[in-house]
Design a protein around this ligand. Structure first.
Ligand code: HAM
Length: 417
């Protein structure tokens, strides 16, 4: 029996990878311009880190984590998201000593044991960004403007920005109590999950996809009507800054997010093109998280985009692999040796080149050159070896010109510049 990949974990193959690399390069470029530096943290962390940050009663911690005991009997978890690890690193490496503002971005695989479907996988990839140290709404607006810029520069449309505020430790408890009282009167129509955790995590019921719960919570009290003065001001200012930057958005008072660390501003970049997986990017403020994890009180805000979903959003608009500049076809052993030397020289000097490794006929070699969409083909036989020059065929313009071997690199650099 052949061994296949684990369900929900995918290979990203040549032909697909170019779109991934393009999106990654776009993110690096845009995020760099906004002052973000890359951070890389381990793919596994102590399980406690995620329990304490994401929250014990979230779907992620309750059901979706890949948690193992290693050979030293430590409980470790494949990271389900990036924020917790970045904050752990921020605290451990005392990044707050470098500058009062830390702008960090990351990209890499995340793991959640979810039911795989289009746009939802068990190993997926995020590009995320976090700003630690600033509580001003200036940063909320700037982070969302950066996200908006990314989508523009990545050529992805069909998305819209939704924002909400989840309040803070001053005003959320009061809202929670109001919501719990509201839910208590409707327990019989809530799904089992919601009934079980309506007291520990009542906000999740508002986001529950089960039709009965949606109906029951349609007129649930809204967090936005319960914000304290500080949160209300923060949210109003964030909106007016976004308007000033002409970043389009709508307020969605039902957005609650599936992770517990959020405070104040939350946001999602949503689409209706990916079926039930409607969030292409999501994030928010987490002003208490660093302290919760044992660090100095430092406000934070960030987001993560799902790379698979970004790729799906581009649909058939795939980024084409870069074209092969040169194929060297050779007839006979001596010519093959020369083709090998020339190609390797080119590769060492910055130009991709391919040759035949099987002693195939010239016709077969030309077929392969065509299939690889080579821009130029150089044909070598005994005569060419003797004269030290060969015909360089321009495959696009069916033209050709003689080139001396020692001039090949220079000429190709010129022609493919
Ligand atoms: P999240 O909403 O759990 O937030 O995930 C962010 C994004 O990751 C989603 O919008 C989606 O595009 C992608 N994603 C999540 N789960 C999957 C999956 N199973 N398959 C494919 N894509 C998926 C967070 O992870 C937060 N750490 C975001 C954040 C950063 N908040 C503040 N800073």
């Amino acid at each position: 029996m052949t061994i296949t990949a684990i369900k929900g974990m995918n290979d990203i193959l040549p032909g697909e990878i170019e779109t991934w690399q393009y999106l990654e390069a776009t993110a690096r470029r845009v995020f760099g311009r906004f002052g973000f530096s890359e951070i890389r943290t381990p793919v596994v962390e102590k399980t406690d880190l995620f329990c304490r940050s994401i929250g014990e009663t979230t779907d992620i911690v309750e059901k979706e984590m890949y948690t193992f005991e290693d050979k030293g009997k430590n409980r470790i978890t494949l990271r389900p998201e990036g924020t917790a690890s970045v904050m752990r690193s921020y605290i451990q490496n005392k990044l707050y000593n470098n500058d009062p503002v830390n702008k960090l971005y990351y990209l890499g695989p995340m793991f959640r044991y979810e039911r795989p479907q289009k746009g939802r996988y068990r190993q997926f990839h995020q590009i995320g960004a976090e700003v630690v140290g600033v509580d001003s709404p200036l940063i909320d607006a700037q982070v969302m403007a950066m996200l908006d810029t990314f989508f523009r520069e990545a050529g992805i449309d069909g998305v819209s920005l939704e924002i909400n505020s989840l309040g803070c430790k001053e005003c959320r408890p009061g809202y929670r109590d109001t919501l719990i009282a509201f839910l208590e009167a409707r327990l019989d129509v809530l799904c089992e999950d919601c009934r079980r955790r309506y007291k520990t995590n009542p906000l999740r019921t508002i986001d529950c996809k089960v039709p009965g719960c949606r109906e029951a919570t349609a007129d649930a009290p809204k967090i936005l009507d319960h914000l304290c003065r500080g949160c209300d001001d923060h949210f109003s200012r964030t909106q007016s800054l976004l308007q000033g930057l002409e970043v389009p958005f709508t307020v969605n008072a039902r957005m609650v997010r599936g992770l517990d660390y959020y405070t104040r501003t939350t946001f999602e970049m949503v689409t209706d093109r990916l079926g039930s997986q409607n969030a292409v990017a999501a994030g928010g403020r987490y002003d208490g998280l660093v302290e919760e994890l044992g660090g100095p009180a430092s406000p934070g805000i960030g987001f993560a985009m799902g790379l698979e979903r970004l790729v799906l959003m581009r649909g058939d608009d795939k980024v084409a692999p870069s074209r092969l500049p040169l194929f060297i076809a050779a007839m006979g052993e001596a010519a093959t040796d020369k083709a090998f030397t020339l190609a390797t020289d080119l590769q060492r000097n910055g130009i991709e080149a391919e040759i035949d490794y099987f002693g195939k006929s010239l016709k077969a070699q030309m077929r392969r050159a065509n299939k690889l969409e080579a821009r130029f083909v150089l044909i070598l036989g005994e005569d060419e070896l003797a004269s030290g020059e060969a015909e360089l065929k321009d495959m696009d313009q069916s033209a050709q010109e003689k080139v001396r071997f020692e001039k090949l690199t220079e000429l190709l650099k010129e022609k493919t510049a």
